[in-house]
Design a protein around this ligand. Structure first.
Ligand SMILES: Cc1ncc(COP(=O)(O)O)c(C=O)c1O
Length: 399
């Protein structure tokens, strides 16, 4: 099938289609684990002349299985190109270090993934790159933070743990007006729920370790691009000048697991979203729960915006009980859902944001981000929704 026809397919068809492998006619992608590739004189000459993209050289520079993952990711995100990385954090680091230099400034949402926040707030400052943290759901606050040195505007489609949704269209307009590169971490949504490149975002980051892999068994990342403001070969440039130099490639086996995960992404998300919605309704009516945050619930401050810009409200929700002690008791009492790190897999996982992911953030900053001590964050999996609700009901009673 030619690429134009493929681009016109619906999401589920794009995700499962794979052009048969040229060497074996296999309809699923083979794993090529080789770390080194043999040159002949012609290939050697291509390398010398700098036409390196089409040439397999050494595993740290890329690998055929990883390239297959990049191709599938680009198709499902609606991207012109994709660069795979060893993890979601590697994708964020490679993208930002590829975009920025000393003296540059970033405007970033207050509520990003904790390691992202830490990197912007501390690590990038060591290299003379500063960040203003604002609420990106308020475009006027974003405008007020832009300075002549601002190069990047950064936000998450659904922000952890309040599930805040920022309005993409006004952020795209601001990026155009001030010639900024708009970068969006789409991990909590996944491309099955939202494709920010279709709205005019320049670069989308995915922690593929989450919904894309989908089985709690792989770490990987991707940077996807469709941009009028970046050079067409921007991702190739940062593949060579940043990703390869930092040594952050996706391993062939992880690329293969992720290729497998992409094929079921849409159906997993459909079921996970239905379960999240049922669980949100149950929790909102429970007398030990003070608040629920789910973009699909009418009480969510950006409920209408989420419906307008996302295909579905996603599979991430948060609820609050009285305090951190109660949150720990509830999380620890669950028997079907797992109390642990990460999200996006077939098992429902819960986390306590204040004392887990955001532990390194100061209590004052946590409050500014809207993070309460009694919050419990849920990533719904593929368990039967009735069994899952019964698990949460029992845990709340035991608390
Ligand atoms: C929103 C978000 N972005 C990025 C990351 C980092 O991804 P990884 O763990 O694959 O490095 C995470 C990890 O939890 C995340 O939740």
């Amino acid at each position: 099938m030619d690429s134009k026809k493929r681009a016109g397919l619906k999401f589920g068809s794009k995700a499962v289609y794979y052009a048969p492998d040229k060497a074996t006619r296999s309809i699923s992608a083979p794993i090529i684990t080789s770390s080194s590739f043999q040159y002949d004189a012609e290939i050697y000459q291509e390398v010398v002349e700098g036409a390196r993209e089409s040439v397999n050289i050494y595993g740290r520079c890329g690998n055929p299985t990883e390239y297959q993952f990049e191709e599938q990711m680009a198709v499902i995100e609606g991207a012109d190109a994709c660069l795979a990385t060893a993890s979601g954090m590697a994708a964020i680091s490679v993208a930002l270090f590829g975009l920025l230099k000393q003296g540059d400034h970033i405007v970033c949402d207050w509520t990003t993934y904790s390691s992202t926040h830490e990197m912007l707030d501390h690590r990038l400052t060591d290299y003379g790159i500063s960040t203003s943290f604002v609420d990106t759901s308020d475009p006027e606050a974003v405008r007020a933070a832009i300075t002549p040195s601002t190069k990047v505007l950064y936000f998450e489609t659904i922000a952890n743990p309040t599930m805040k949704v920022s309005p993409v269209a006004p952020l795209v307009e601001l990026a155009k007006e001030y010639e900024l590169i708009l970068v969006c971490d789409n991990t909590f949504a996944s491309p099955a729920v939202m494709r920010p490149l279709e709205w005019g975002v320049d670069l989308v980051i995915e922690s593929a370790s989450k919904f894309i892999g989908g089985h709690n068994d792989v770490i990987g990342g991707a940077i996807c691009m469709k941009s009028e403001r970046l050079a067409d070969d921007f991702l190739e440039q940062i593949r060579w000048n940043t990703m390869v130099k930092w040594g952050a490639p996706l391993s062939p086996f992880n690329a293969w697991l992720l290729l497998r995960g992409i094929q079921t992404l849409e159906v997993r998300l459909q079921r996970q979203c239905q379960t999240a919605s049922a669980l949100a309704d149950f929790l909102a009516g429970h007398d030990k729960v003070s608040q629920v945050w789910y973009p699909g619930h009418a009480s969510h401050p950006q409920h209408e915006l989420a419906a307008a810009q996302m295909d579905s409200p996603g599979a991430m929700l948060t609820f609050a009980v009285a305090d951190s002690e109660s949150a720990l008791k509830v999380a620890d009492s669950l028997e079907l859902a797992a109390f642990g790190a990460s999200l996006g897999g077939v098992r429902t996982t819960v986390q306590i944001p204040a004392t887990m992911a955001f532990l390194d953030i100061s209590p004052q900053d946590r409050l500014e981000m809207g993070i309460l001590d009694g919050m419990v964050r849920i990533s719904t999996g593929l368990e039967d929704p009735e069994d899952l609700i019964a698990d949460f009901a029992a845990a709340l009673i035991r608390n």
